[in-house]
Design a protein around this ligand. Structure first.
Ligand code: UDP
Length: 254
């Protein structure tokens, strides 16, 4: 079989050319990085879990009318996606203070925010993803006013839906990062959700104990990183316990 052409390699994923034009294959690696690449490790099994968790969440979002790049999962580590023109902005939605917001504004981690807050960061490893405002985005032409309005409202809808979904399995969605892309269909263009949604880019805490089950286990050297990701998949009912045929539904926590 001919070797597939690699289109892009990022920190946690590789993109290959897809089987037909307008598609790509997204491969999930076990590599984890933090603090702008200063910290690196291989977390065995992470790619498999993120592929599965992201598939599950993207399909649930599609069910409620959020357009995404996800087409279908191909195997344990790969999914077929639609090729989009990535908007070079990381959109962070926060419900509870944590991470860089706590540091920057001196708000204790775990403080409930008065309302959900959307922030924008420029996707640039060289610059360390600096925080930007709508003013920068529109002035420099990274996205138009109309696009940024659409991104903001889609991000808040994703937040409402995912917050409820995670709460149903005993998890608080503290904050998370989304990326969007432009999908061209003939002369028409629309904005769709891209990238991945997984514990690599969400903070998820247990409702009762506030135990961190996400990438902060790696960032803060809390250990048992893969176990945290597994626990998220288990609660969502997508961790095969007795082989791949054992796919139970979500476990509701009262
Ligand atoms: N995040 C991400 N990629 C980044 C930066 C942040 O996925 O390059 C996610 C991160 O996992 C968290 C949220 O965005 O869920 C907010 O991250 P924060 O700004 O607090 O930065 P951090 O503390 O991760 O440096």
């Amino acid at each position: 079989m001919a070797r597939r052409k690699q289109v892009y390699e990022g920190k946690a994923k590789i993109l290959f050319e897809g089987p037909e034009s307008g598609t790509l294959i997204q491969y999930f690696k076990d590599d984890a990085t933090a603090f702008n690449n200063k910290k690196h490790a291989v977390i065995t099994g992470k790619g498999v879990l993120n592929n599965r968790i992201s598939e599950y969440l993207m399909l649930k979002l599609q069910d409620v009318g959020i357009p995404t790049h996800f087409v279908r999962r191909l195997n344990m580590r790969e999914q077929l996606i639609r090729e989009v023109e990535i908007i070079p902005i990381e959109v962070v939605i926060r419900n509870i203070a944590a991470g860089s917001m706590s540091k920057r504004l001196g708000i204790e981690e775990g403080t409930m925010l008065p309302r959900s807050i959307v922030e924008y960061y420029l996707k640039s490893d060289e610059l360390g993803d600096p925080m930007i405002t709508e003013e920068h985005i529109t002035a420099f032409g990274w996205a138009s006013y109309q696009e940024i309005d659409e991104i903001m409202s889609m991000a808040l809808r994703v937040n409402d839906f995912l917050s409820g979904l995670f709460l149903g399995v005993g998890l608080k969605l503290v904050d998370f990062k989304l990326e969007f892309g432009r999908l061209w269909e003939d002369e028409d263009m629309r904005i769709i959700l891209a990238d991945e949604i997984s514990p690599d880019n969400c903070r998820l805490w247990d409702v009762k104990t506030n135990e961190r089950l996400d990438k902060d286990r790696f960032r803060q050297d809390l250990g048992k990183v893969e176990e945290g990701y597994q626990e998220i998949a288990r609660r969502l009912g997508i961790l095969p316990e007795a082989g791949p045929r054992d796919m139970r539904g979500p476990e509701t926590i009262q």
